[in-house]
Design a binder for this molecule. Sequence first.
Ligand SMILES: *Cc1c(COP(=O)(O)O)cnc(C)c1O
Length: 221
Amino acid sequence: MNIGDNILKVRATIPQGVELVAVSKFHPNEAIMEAYEVGQRVFGESRATELKTKASSLPADIQWHFIGHLQTNKVRMIMPYVSLIQSVDSERLLRLINAEAARIDKVVDLLLQVYVAQEETKFGFSPEELVKLVESGALNELSNVRVIGVMGMATNTDDEARIVADFNAIHQTYQRARLLMQNNEVFSQISMGMSDDYALAIKAGSTMVRIGSTIFGNRQY
Ligand SMILES: *Cc1c(COP(=O)(O)O)cnc(C)c1O
């Protein structure tokens, strides 16, 4: 498994303007450094303690994205290290992130997670909930967060039509929200697409893909 080569191969399949987030969860610092050495600077982690440990010991110019379900009691732990929280899945979490960012005098970027998949144990706002939240104007009162877009996942299935429909639903939710946003220049990101489905996600308008196993191999849980 040559991680550097994998990164370069994946990059060659991603158009300019689509950000590659290398999902390094469950992989050690050495694996991250192999990716770093071919120029990768954006990494995704899904557990707060792991993000903190890695961020404290790896180069400071790495941008860490949090992509997992974030428990409210872990927000403070990641706040100094995180450059983008992709997985904001409730208004309560959103408000807490704003408060914790204010406490350390930081403005943190985030994505609202939209849930469209045909699965039960997933987190996120439904498209209607997300649009209502934006419409309520609540985001404008939160001065320590910048909502720069949405994140979502397609159903975990081999049914390509289902996956495409899910990505289209995420894209459509983004567009509905953008029409309602006051600062719609910063609201510009659609994070969708993982190892198995990122090509379809890019066709459906993704601006940010989150790729783990194609780069780093299988995770040892
Ligand atoms: C783990 C994870 C990924 C990466 O998945 P791969 O299939 O390994 O590419 C992407 N997004 C989220 C939210 C994840 O938790």
